[in-house]
Design a protein. Structure first.
Length: 198
């Protein structure tokens, strides 16, 4: 009987700690500008097809995925969150700060309007012909290669990543900050708008 009671309490505790953000709870965290602040909140799941008219701050949350068709009219702050997956059709009009999140693969077709910060993530893969509309940081990630034909409209930050070779074709309209990384193979076709800093 005691064992059954303990199991029930553990199940009840797990259910209570797992919270889906619904329409009504969303209203508690919205400001007048359409910004949704979930920082440090206990939510573990966002509703499918959620549209946020401002910024989404989900830093320090246990939310593991952005659902398919998520639209963020502002920027995304998912720093130090449990975020692993971005659903197909996700659009972020501003920047995306994923510093310290759990993302391993950046999916193809995800649109981000500004910089992309993947610092201190377990990132291992970026999609072919990726386009970043601002700076790209892969500092202190296990990423070993940039994709062929990558276009970065801002600066590229590499320090502490596993990158030692560049693809044959790449564009960086700003500067490349190697951060101590030694590059053994440079692109045959490099378009560089700024300088290379060691």
């Amino acid at each position: 009987m005691l064992r059954t009671s303990i199991a029930f309490l553990l199940l009840l505790s797990a259910t209570a700690s797992s919270q889906v953000l619904d329409t009504y709870r969303t209203l508690n965290h919205l400001d007048n500008y359409g910004n949704l602040d979930l920082r440090d909140k206990p939510y573990t799941e966002l509703p499918a097809g959620i549209v946020i008219n401002g910024n989404l701050n989900m830093a320090n949350t246990q939310i593991q995925r952005l659902p398919k068709g998520t639209t963020i009219e502002g920027s995304l702050n998912a720093s130090n969150s449990a975020l692993v997956t971005l659903g197909k059709g996700t659009t972020i009009r501003g920047y995306a700060n994923l510093l310290g999140s759990k993302i391993k693969r950046w999916p193809n077709g995800i649109k981000v309007g500004g910089y992309l910060n993947l610092t201190d993530t377990p990132l291992q893969h970026l999609p072919p012909r990726m386009r970043v509309n601002g700076d790209l940081s892969v500092i202190r990630t296990p990423l070993e290669a940039l994709p062929e034909g990558i276009v970065i409209k801002g600066d590229l930050y590499l320090g502490g990543s596993k990158i030692t070779q560049f693809p044959n074709k790449m564009t960086v309209e700003g500067n490349i900050f190697l951060g101590g990384n030694r590059i053994t193979k440079w692109p045959e076709n490099l378009t560089l708008g700024g300088a290379v800093a060691p």
